[in-house]
Design a protein around this ligand. Structure first.
Ligand code: NAD
Length: 431
């Protein structure tokens, strides 16, 4: 399956269990509305780029659903961004905000070069150039143009963008500045993921991994296995995977396997993820870390361990390898690492999977905290942010668990039942 369709398939699979507050089946018009975005803006931007030529970029902003509050979701700069991808990503944000119970809906935006009618050489050049080789000057120019185009539909009460693939705190600062110029006052709450000095939140950088940690602890507690010497395997050693490995290690867990795009390492006696990070910074990869053996990414997923954290790509746990997975718990920092067929197999095998829309929702939850602080002119400490994050995620975990137990379905199905019920109630009340 196209991984982008996973969210839609998630809702479809949960449909028989999604009931209205008075116990009736979800009305068909609710699902009809959830299948497409409420609003989609797209157009073109023409700007001078670093080689002295002009280039055309296509930009998008999809507001999938705003029944529970303003749309919320990142902005992606990537050569392959297209309208369909942005729509499905915004649908994923609707599911994520609904499962946590945030007063937000789902949105997503993105920019890619326009390739129509270009020579093959020019296409290759632009694909290589955008966004990795684009200078800060051109990135700022593009971001300010994009902000001007989407300004009519974004805002602290309408749609609040955030960083995503190849966008960062600096890009958010430019959006905030351009939007503030348009509305005539400084408006930090229009974006999240900003630099701290401009109203960013403490704890935002680690939030995704910390959220994964909190829900995994809740799962260990639920399964009654929280007092063993737990081993952890991490696939992907970027922002999500590396921070997660360090959080688990610092809490006393044994990290036995780590991988990145170049391969994996393992040591059953345990690896120190802080030192592995330094090794990766120095050498460009986790492989060849002293005191470890090499393992490929497929084998790594099948290591016997307590907790498996897929933190890299989509579609890595499939019907083919699910029968061989030996973890007790799978918690997903990555988006879409497990296919629907694999989820069924894991559930039958008694492997407890905490699905992506719950396990990696720490990032959007702290984004919500950033927005609250901006709206209220507050300044929370990191401890305060982390305590609130724990509270939100453990509550959401418990509500999903209740659905899982009551309906005798996997946590993967239950997360969509819970999100679907909330959206159904909100949609019906609004009419
Ligand atoms: P990143 O780019 O910082 O790190 C990705 C890591 O995956 C890198 O270490 C890379 O080497 C590794 N990788 C790539 N291909 C691989 C392969 N074939 N096998 C093993 N490892 C491979 O990205 P990130 O921000 O850590 O995001 C990782 C995943 O988590 C993505 O699915 C992303 O959508 C999801 N996610 C991240 C956040 C966040 O706040 N960073 C929030 C929600 C979801």
């Amino acid at each position: 399956m196209d991984p982008r369709k996973l969210i839609l398939a998630g809702f479809e699979r949960a449909l028989p269990y999604i009931k209205t507050p008075d116990g009736k089946p979800m009305p068909d018009w609710i699902f009809m509305k959830l299948q497409e975005p409420e609003r989609l803006l797209e157009g073109r931007i023409v700007i001078p780029i670093d080689d002295g030529t002009n280039a055309t970029f296509l930009y998008y902003r999809s507001q999938h659903n705003t029944w529970c509050g303003p749309a919320k979701g990142g902005i992606r700069y990537h050569p392959d961004v297209n309208q369909e991808e942005v729509i499905f990503l915004s649908m994923g944000m609707t599911a994520k905000t609904a499962v946590i119970g945030l007063p937000f809906g789902g949105g997503k935006g993105g920019i890619a070069p326009r390739y129509n009618n270009l020579t093959p050489e020019r296409t290759t050049f632009l694909r290589d150039y955008f966004p990795k080789k684009m200078s800060a000057l051109v990135s700022e120019r593009l971001t300010r143009e994009y902000t001007e185009k989407i300004a009519p539909i974004i805002g602290p009460e309408k749609d609040i963008p955030a960083p995503d693939v190849y966008t960062n705190a600096q890009v958010m600062a430019w959006i905030m500045d351009e939007y503030s110029k348009i509305v005539g006052y400084t408006c930090p709450a229009v974006v999240t993921g900003k630099p701290i000095v401009l109203g960013g939140s403490l704890g935002r950088h680690e939030a995704t991994a910390r959220g994964t940690f909190f829900v995994t602890m809740a799962a260990l507690n639920h399964l009654g296995i929280d007092d063993e010497d737990h081993s952890v395997v991490v696939q992907g050693y970027g922002n999500a995977g590396c921070i997660a490995a360090k959080l688990f290690y610092d809490a006393g867990f044994k990290i036995i396997g780590i991988s990145d795009s170049k391969g994996g390492i393992y040591n059953l006696k345990g690896l120190n993820p802080h030192k592995v990070e330094l090794h990766k910074i120095k050498s460009g990869s986790v492989i060849n870390y002293p005191d470890s053996d090499l393992i490929d990414n497929e084998e790594l997923l099948e290591l016997r361990c307590s907790i498996l954290l897929p933190a890299a790509l989509e579609n890595v746990i499939t019907k083919d390898n699910a029968p061989r997975i030996k973890a007790k718990i799978i918690a997903e920092p990555a988006n879409g690492p497990t296919t629907i067929e694999a989820d069924d197999i894991l559930y039958e095998r008694g492997i407890f999977r905490i699905p992506d829309i719950l396990a990696n929702a720490g990032g959007v939850t702290v984004s919500y905290f950033e927005w609250v602080q901006n709206m209220e002119r507050l300044d929370w400490t990191e401890d305060e942010v982390n305590a609130r994050l724990k509270n939100k995620l453990v509550n959401a975990f418990n509500r999903v668990l209740t659905e899982s137990v009551a309906n005798k379905v996997s946590m993967g199905v239950a997360a969509y039942i819970h999100a679907g019920k909330r959206l159904t109630a909100a949609g019906m009340l609004r009419g």
